[in-house]
Design a protein around this ligand. Structure first.
Ligand SMILES: [Zn+2]
Length: 320
């Protein structure tokens, strides 16, 4: 049977249980380390906050969480391992790179000007899955790719090709970031062109579109869709995410949808000028279990379909 790389070692897909497929313990926008006037990162306080959150989630039945932070977004896999150890929740981390406009693209664009950046990226992703991240010995369990809104830049195209090749070399599944409910179909087409089977792919943030044709085009090809930004009302209202989700469940796509929030628990650099609770009061990793699931039940969605999205689909995605 397939094993899954978590930040604290391997586990079996059946060990995952109820899994939030897209949350972040720590994010740092590239450039955060240029803010030398920011207060130093309080690792101990951050760990306390993350372990507390994990305990709350455990109380709601959560037993695993995927933190698909790409390499260039302040990723700290040793921190994730400490939180997993202290909380007993499985955490799966990622290799891969973020979208061009807000990631760390400069280095790879420079490399690409003189050589084959795709090969170098592929080598990095494969190494992080097979051998581990830096000298930590912690291995990535998923490969992340990302695109900005309404276009795939040449840089993002290269990251997607490298991710596809790394997937084929390692078997690690792919999870993506999309903006404004766009470019998911194009991401999937590129991955398929490179020989990736869509059942190893989650097109993330697909709930940012309310276009059911966008959703069914990708579902019909066998990909998973991430309805993974619940509570992020600033970007797209939950009622539209819910309307799309209930519609897709009604026509039988429960085996291809995963649920999450894309919450960020700690930010590198200075504290946010406005607290998150004020900006997006529902953007909390308990929101799906506390509010979205009851709403689905009220809409007549059977418990079996809810379990499929929260328990069985994460398992099957990692089983490959
Ligand atoms: Zn994310």
């Amino acid at each position: 049977m397939t094993t899954i790389q978590t930040v604290t070692g391997t586990c079996r897909p059946t060990d995952l249980g109820l899994t939030l497929m897209h949350e972040h313990l720590i994010i740092g926008w590239p450039g955060w380390d240029s803010d030398t006037a920011a207060p130093p990162f309080d690792r101990r306080e951050a760990k306390r906050l993350c372990v507390d959150r994990m305990q709350e989630l455990k109380g709601l039945g959560v037993t695993a969480l995927v933190d698909p932070c790409p390499i260039d977004l302040g990723r700290d896999v040793e921190f994730a391992a400490e939180v997993a150890q202290a909380s007993g929740v499985h955490i799966i981390c990622a290799t891969g790179l973020y979208k061009e406009e807000s990631g760390g693209a400069a280095y790879f664009k420079f490399r690409g000007a003189f050589g084959d950046a795709v090969s170098e990226m592929t080598e990095i992703f494969v190494k992080e899955v097979k051998e581990g991240i830096g000298s930590t010995g912690i291995k990535a369990g998923v490969i992340k790719v990302a695109t900005g809104p309404h276009q795939i830049t040449p840089y993002e195209h290269n990251v997607i090709i490298a991710a596809a090749r790394a997937h084929k070399a390692t078997g690690a599944p792919i999870t993506t970031h999309t903006d404004e409910g766009t470019m998911g179909r194009e991401q999937l087409a590129l991955l398929i062109e490179e020989g990736v089977d869509p059942r190893h792919v989650i097109i993330g943030h697909s709930c940012g579109s309310a276009d059911l044709r966008y959703h069914t085009d990708m579902l019909d090809q066998g990909a998973y869709l991430g309805f993974d930004r619940f509570g992020l009302e600033l970007l797209h209202p939950d009622r539209l995410r819910l309307a799309s989700l209930i519609g897709l469940l009604g026509i039988g796509f429960e085996r291809q949808i995963v649920l999450s929030h894309d919450t960020v628990w700690c930010w590198r650099g200075r504290p946010l000028p406005v607290p998150v609770e004020q900006l997006a009061p529902q953007w909390d990793p308990r929101h799906v279990l506390q509010h979205i699931v009851p709403t689905l039940r009220e809409a007549g969605v059977a418990q079996g379909k809810i379990d499929a999205m929260l328990i069985e689909n994460p398992r099957r995605y990692f089983e490959g």
